[in-house]
Write a protein that binds this ligand. Structure first.
Ligand SMILES: [Fe+2]
Ligand SMILES: [Fe+2]
Length: 323
């Protein structure tokens, strides 16, 4: 009898039962613990996708560092973009504890099919976009990542606790920038309103497809990697954001947006999933530009990686062998 290489071997039922019991007791799973292959695979996919998103996310905002309108704004933006790079490296380290090499993960997204968040394939057309990204994109990320800070995989959960603290700063600096522009000149108000009009729907898409159309959600919820569904998280983000928009007198671009007394939720109109599919399948406004920039950075950094590896090899030679 031959086995199909695509069909994973069945897991040991005793180990599987113990794993399920540990999850039921809300214990964290650590790198050296036994885990089902599917759990390892899903986490590797999710964590690496998250790390890629942090690094690609530096590009749209990095685009404005040289054009920030004051030294204060420039320092804040530099610190924020640097944080995102740090988040990426931190999550790559976490993903490596699942037994995959970082070089392989990076290869998968620069030259393969690994994905990153669809939001970073949109352009930053005006300075107000920097405020709106902090407010809406980092705001959406916080809702998602606060949940992940209680995920069942220990290294991922711990990374999220630290990252969420920085994300709070990102969101605040963005909202403060939007509030400043919103009470500025008519041109500044118009600039921030236009940026909100362009980023609102892509921010809602960051939570992923509706629960019924999300192929990975079932497993991730069962294994307590995710504790809430895409739609629940999206709703939480909308409920938090509507009053913030009202406070700075900015309109969210959704004619169907309304408060539902019965549920206490702000209900939104339909999301354009055709656009979402276009962007995640590589046809968003900036997909090609983003990947080209990351590939170029990776190639230009090759000599640094080679020099570091050569230095490390030389340091590990027994004493007296080095010339
Ligand atoms: Fe981040
Ligand atoms: Fe952030």
């Amino acid at each position: 009898m031959t086995t199909d290489p695509k069909t994973p071997a069945p897991e040991d039922p005793a180990k599987m039962a113990e794993f399920d019991t540990r999850l039921a007791r809300d214990e964290t799973i650590e790198p050296k613990d036994w885990m089902p292959e599917k759990y390892r695979k899903q986490l590797t996919r999710m964590m690496s996708q998250h790390a890629h998103s942090e690094v690609v996310g530096m590009l749209p905002e990095g685009n404005w560092i040289t054009r920030a309108p004051s030294l204060r704004r420039k320092m804040v933006l530099l610190a924020k973009v640097q944080d995102e790079g740090g988040h990426g490296l931190y999550i790559y380290c976490g993903a490596e504890t699942l037994g995959i090499d970082r070089a392989e993960l990076i290869d998968q997204y620069l030259y393969g099919t690994a994905k990153y968040s669809s939001i970073f394939n949109y352009p930053t057309l005006a300075w107000a976009d920097i405020g709106v990204i902090g407010w809406l994109v980092d705001g959406a990320a916080i809702v998602n990542q606060t949940m992940l800070a209680r995920a069942s995989y220990g290294p991922y959960a711990r990374a999220m606790i630290r990252i969420c603290k920085e994300e709070n700063f990102h969101k605040r600096q963005g909202y403060e920038l939007c509030a400043t522009l919103a009470r500025g000149t008519p041109a500044q108000r118009a600039m921030v309103q236009d940026a909100v009009n362009r980023w609102w729907w892509p921010s809602l898409m960051m939570f992923g497809p509706h629960d019924g159309d999300s192929p990975n959600s079932g497993d991730l919820l069962k294994w307590k990697v995710k504790l809430k569904s895409n739609d629940d998280l999206r709703q939480r983000f909308v409920n938090l954001t509507v009053p913030q928009a009202k406070a700075i007198e900015i309109t969210l671009p959704d004619p169907d947006l309304r408060y539902d007394e019965a549920s206490g939720n702000w209900l939104i109109g339909p999301i354009d999933w055709a656009e979402f599919k276009q962007v995640i399948s590589g046809n968003g406004p900036c997909n090609h530009e983003r990947l080209a920039a990351r590939r170029a950075a990776h190639e230009e950094g090759r000599w640094v990686r080679e020099a570091a590896a050569a230095y490390a090899a030389k340091r590990s030679e027994p004493a007296g062998q080095a010339a």
